[in-house]
Design a protein around this ligand. Structure first.
Ligand code: PXL
Length: 267
């Protein structure tokens, strides 16, 4: 029996809040079978303000994982790939090369530039490589407020700004854009803007508090990927993913780390 397989190319975040762990739980919640190519291992350091200890996976080992996955599932069965944290220019190079080698169908890119709590600009060479090499291969991109500013070059202070940023990112990448305002825009609602080149849709849900939760971005992009794998259109997938992540934030898991964690429940 064949069923859709979704692939995530992402990092491990040991506590399970973000990264590949959140992606796999999200795929499973949608009854979509998940495969993982692990790019890096992040272990927060509880003795150093929960800073990120980051270990990249060897490029050859990333290529090996992708070789195994693409040999096991053909492009019809594995038609949706989600990309999360890549972490280094060498990883970006490796992943971009593999993506160019065969049809990968729909590629949902969560353009993780920095993680919550990290300093902006910590890894400029990585950000530059991501924009140059992976963004052009994406068919759907889910930037958060910070990433949307970086990718569009705009300052984003309102939903109108976010909409303009989504349009610019679409123009430069050709991808469907779901730009996320989250708690970074003022007002009672968490607003995201969908733009696919013709349709602009504002997706809105009441904010659940004013503090970010871990794993929301990973979960949203993974839910988009799962819905696409099940046959949704990009707009249907965006709407369903927004509802999924909003429910997950409402049911958050309490953590001793600085951020509570999105929970993924079966849909
Ligand atoms: O939330 C972004 C993110 C993605 N992937 C991994 C992470 C983080 C943030 O900590 O560790 C592996």
């Amino acid at each position: 029996m064949t069923s859709p397989v979704a692939l995530t190319i992402a990092g491990s975040e040991a506590t399970g809040g973000a990264g590949a762990q959140a992606d796999l739980r999200t795929f499973q919640a949608h009854q979509v079978f998940g495969a993982v190519a692990l790019t890096c291992i992040v272990s927060f350091d509880p003795n150093a303000d929960w800073g990120h200890r980051f270990v990249p996976v060897e490029p050859q080992v990333i290529a090996d994982q992708l070789e195994a996955i693409t040999a096991a599932y053909d492009a019809d069965q594995l038609s949706v790939t989600k990309i999360g944290m890549l972490g280094t220019p060498a990883t970006i190079e490796t992943v971009a090369k593999v993506l160019q080698r065969r049809p990968f169908g729909q590629v949902v890119l969560d353009p993780v530039l920095i993680c919550k709590g990290q300093e902006p600009g910590a890894a400029l060479d990585t950000d530059t490589a991501l924009k140059a090499k992976v963004l052009p291969l994406a068919t759907f991109v889910t930037p958060n407020h910070f990433e949307a500013e970086s990718l569009s070059g705009l300052q984003i202070r309102s939903v109108e700004d976010l909409t303009e940023a989504a349009r610019r990112i679409h123009e430069t990448s050709g991808a469907v854009v779901l730009a996320k305002g989250g708690v970074n825009l003022p007002g009672p609602d968490a607003v995201d803007v969908f733009f696919d080149g013709t349709t602009t849709e504002t997706l809105s849900a009441p904010k659940v508090g004013e503090v970010q939760v871990a794993g929301a971005g990973c979960t949203l992009a993974a839910a988009v990927a799962a819905r696409l794998a099940l046959g949704d259109s990009p707009l249907e997938a965006a709407r369903a993913a927004k509802a999924f992540v909003t429910a997950g934030i409402q049911e958050r898991l309490v953590s001793q780390a600085p951020f509570d964690v999105v929970r993924q429940r079966a849909v």
